[in-house]
Design a protein around this ligand. Structure first.
Ligand code: TRP
Length: 335
């Protein structure tokens, strides 16, 4: 990735940030805003595919924005905006939909999953979710899109749509965006339930949220899955234990990790002590975040300013793209 490359990612306005989101994505967003032109937006149009209650929508968007700001996204460095503040996205979506085919859209894994999960609401927005996502990306002519594995197929569709547009209308108009995974910087945080990754849909107690209060963090960590202890010196740690160490490594000091590692290896470890330490270190790590959330959340003027500034900055490239595309497809203003 070079300095001139434009980076863009979208954030669904659902739920609170957990340690997994932070170390897996947000921390890298915060780093990228220092080196590249970055757009980060809250995907509120996309959220309509599951019919959220109108009264909930604004609160969800606000909470997500506040948490990303508290986590270090800087509206002076990156362009942070709300998807629906750029109606240009909806127009580009319309153009792209004219060249998106039923067959390819129906084959998308996330669509098939959603159709199975919500058979009463298989709407056209779900089917064309990848076209809207392509519009998000192409509207700023982005080159890199940091996304998780679950979004790679959507990104592949964006590449298909961009290539198709270029071929049909104008060579090289859209850059072909690449998925960006952080390589060695990608830290996968496991959940507390003994297996798999941390996620909010993996069940109660599996994820620790950045804004969670200390009492609740202690409770969750103390309930994390373990086993009955090592039975041999220097044995490989089974997954649930390795998971606790993985989290310890990102929130604790190296000597703390070493201390418990030694204890594990000589079989004197007491998981209760390990968990107590882990809980306190998570609390110490997340406390500045919690304070920041409270501070930003109390400052509606600031939130309004951030949203307004983001919309203004983002609309420059969006306007340009939509004007270009209108003219490229043959809409000419002659009056
Ligand atoms: N689909 C993404 C998700 O579920 C959110 C998203 C919407 C997005 N538009 C995007 C991500 C554009 C990257 C680029 O997480």
């Amino acid at each position: 990735m070079e300095k001139k490359d434009i980076v863009l990612s979208g954030i669904r306005p659902t739920g609170n940030l957990h340690l997994g989101n932070y170390f897996g994505a947000v921390k890298n967003f915060v780093k990228m805003q220092e080196t590249n032109k970055c757009f980060f937006f809250i995907a509120d149009y996309h959220s309509l595919t599951t019919h959220p209650k109108p009264g909930d929508l604004q609160g969800n968007v606000r909470q997500v924005l506040v948490e990303y700001l508290a986590a270090g996204l800087d509206p002076e460095k990156a362009t942070l905006y709300l998807q629906s503040d750029l109606p240009e996205t909806a127009e580009l979506y319309l153009f792209l939909n004219m060249n998106a085919y039923l067959g390819e859209l129906e084959r998308v894994t996330t669509f098939k999953e959603k159709a199975r999960k919500q058979p009463d609401n298989v709407n056209a927005g779900l089917l064309t979710y990848p076209t809207l996502m392509a519009a998000d990306i192409l509207i700023h002519r982005s080159s890199y899109v940091p996304v998780g594995k679950d979004q790679e197929q959507h990104l592949e569709m964006t590449r298909t749509f961009a290539r198709r547009f270029n071929r049909m209308y104008k060579n090289d108009y859209f850059p072909i965006p690449k998925a960006f995974n952080f390589g060695d910087d990608l830290i996968k945080i496991p959940g507390l339930d003994g297996s798999g990754k941390m996620g909010k849909s993996e069940g109660e107690g599996n994820a620790v949220f950045l804004a969670e209060d200390p009492k609740s963090i202690r409770k969750k960590v103390m309930r994390a899955v373990t086993d009955s202890g090592p039975t041999q010196k220097n044995q490989t740690k089974p997954e649930p234990i390795e998971n606790l160490f993985t989290i310890l490594k990102v929130v604790s000091k190296p000597d703390v990790v070493e201390y418990f590692d030694d204890q594990y290896n000589n079989m004197t470890i007491r998981y209760g002590d390990l968990k107590k330490q882990l809980a306190e270190d998570i609390i110490a790590f997340t406390t500045p975040f919690r304070d920041k959330v409270a501070e930003i959340s109390a400052n509606q003027d600031y939130i309004n300013k951030v949203m307004k500034m983001g919309a203004e900055k983002a609309s420059v490239s969006a306007r340009q793209t939509v004007n270009d595309v209108r003219s490229i497809v043959g809409f000419k203003k002659i009056y």
